[in-house]
Design a binder for this molecule. Structure first.
Ligand code: FDA
Length: 308
C-alpha cells in the first residue's frame, strides 16, 4: 500500500530535503549504504571478502542532467577501481553503473555521452581485472540501456546488464541475452511502473521471475540471481542443478545490509554470492526504494528516528 507513495517520494526534491535534514536519518541509512567515500567502500569490500563474499559497487547517483556531474561520477569509479587494485581487492570485483548517472538524460546527445563515459569505466575496470554491470532504471530507459550494452559488448564482451522480471518484455529480453558470454543480473524491479508495461501483482512478478530464470539457467550465458526471496533462491538452485551448472557459471546476489546471514550461508555452501554495495552521498533515491519494497525496512527507519 505504501509502495507507490514511497516510490513517488523517491523522485521528489521536496521530500528529499525533508528526509535529509532529519539528523538521525544518516545512521539508519548506514545499514544499507557503505559510507560516503572511497575508503569507506574499500573497507566494506575487505570485510565482505574476509567472509568469502564478492562485491559489486555502486557509486550512488542517478538522473543527472549536468555533464560535469556525469564526469565526476566517472572519476569516482576510476578512483574506486584503483583504490581496490592498490588493496589487492579489484580482481573479480564488479561495479554497477546507472547510465542516468553518467549522462543518459543530458539534453544534448545524452546517450552518446553515457556510452563514452561507460566506456571509460569499462577500460578502468578491465585494467584491474574487474567487470561492469549496467543497472536498469525505469522502463523508459530499457531500450536505450540495452542499446548501450550492445555497443559496449563489442569492445568489452564481459559487460553485464540487469533485467527486471516485473516488465512484460523481460522474458523476450532474457531469450535474446541468454547467449554465450552474456552476464545477466535478474531482479524483480524496483520502480513504479504502469500496468501496460509491468505486472502489478507480486504473484505475477514472481511467476515471471521463474520463467526468466528458466530461460537464463538453460541458456549459455552467466545468470546472476539477484533476490532476497527464499523461494526464488531455492528455485534458482534447483534450475541450476537441473541444467548441470556448477558454482562458477552462475551466482547469487543480494543488497548490502539485507539478509546478511543468508549471504554468508549461501557463500558457506560453496556457491558464489555477490553483495551489491552502494556508497556515496547521493543515497536518497536508493534508500527510498529500499523502504518502498519492504514494510519492515520502513518500520526500522521509523523506529530509528523515534529512538533518537
Ligand atoms: P521481495 O522484495 O519480493 O521479497 C521477497 C521475500 O524476500 C520477502 O518476503 C522476504 O522473505 C525476503 N526478504 C526481502 N527483503 C528482506 C529483508 N530486508 N529481510 C529479510 N527478508 C527479506 N532493481 C531495479 O529495478 N534495477 C536494478 O538495477 C536493480 N539492481 C539490483 C541488484 C541486486 C544485486 C539486487 C539484489 C537487487 C537489485 N534491484 C534492482 C532491486 C530489486 O528489483 C528488488 O526491488 C529487490 O531486490 C527486492 O526484491 P526481492 O527479489 O528481494 O524480493
Amino acid at each position: 500500500m505504501l509502495r507507490a507513495p514511497l516510490l513517488a517520494a523517491a523522485r521528489s526534491r521536496r521530500m528529499r530535503k525533508l528526509v535529509e535534514v532529519v539528523p538521525a536519518t544518516r545512521s539508519v541509512v548506514s545499514r544499507f549504504v557503505a559510507g560516503s567515500k572511497t575508503p569507506d567502500a574499500a573497507r566494506v569490500v575487505r570485510e565482505l571478502a574476509d567472509d568469502g563474499l564478492r562485491v559489486t559497487l555502486d557509486h550512488l547517483g542517478e538522473d543527472t542532467t549536468d555533464a560535469e556531474q556525469a564526469a565526476t561520477t566517472v572519476r569516482a569509479y576510476e578512483e574506486l577501481l584503483s583504490a581496490l587494485a592498490a588493496d589487492g581487492l579489484a580482481f573479480g570485483a564488479d561495479v554497477s553503473v546507472k547510465l542516468s548517472a553518467v549522462g543518459q538524460f543530458l539534453p544534448a546527445e545524452g546517450e552518446k555521452v553515457a556510452l563514452e563515459n561507460a566506456r571509460k569505466i569499462c577500460a578502468a575496470a578491465e585494467a584491474v581485472g574487474a567487470t561492469v554491470t549496467l543497472d536498469m532504471e525505469d522502463h523508459t530507459t530499457t531500450d536505450s540501456t540495452l542499446g548501450i550494452l550492445r555497443e559496449l559488448r563489442t569492445e568489452y564482451p564481459w559487460v553485464g546488464a540487469v533485467l527486471q522480471a516485473y516488465l512484460r518484455r523481460t522474458e523476450q529480453d532474457c531469450r535474446e541475452l541468454a547467449a554465450e558470454g552474456s552476464r545477466v543480473r535478474l531482479c524483480k524491479g524496483a520502480y513504479a511502473e504502469p500496468e501496460e508495461v509491468a505486472f502489478q501483482d507480486k504473484s505475477e512478478v514472481d511467476k515471471s521471475y521463474v520463467r526468466c530464470l528458466k530461460i537464463l539457467m538453460r541458456g549459455k550465458g552467466y545468470p546472476m540471481v539477484a533476490s532476497h526471496d527464499p523461494r526464488m533462491i531455492a528455485i534458482a538452485e534447483k534450475l541450476a542443478s537441473d541444467a548441470g551448472r556448477k558454482a562458477d557459471d552462475h551466482e547469487f546476489q543480494m543488497l548490502y545490509g539485507i539478509r546478511p546471514e543468508e549471504q554468508r550461508r549461501i557463500a558457506g555452501d560453496g556457491k558464489t554470492m555477490r553483495v551489491y554495495v552502494p556508497y556515496g552521498d547521493e543515497w536518497y533515491g536508493y534508500f527510498m526504494r529500499r523502504l518502498a519494497e519492504r514494510p519492515a525496512n520502513l518500520a526500522f527507519f521509523l523506529r530509528g528516528l523515534a529512538t533518537r
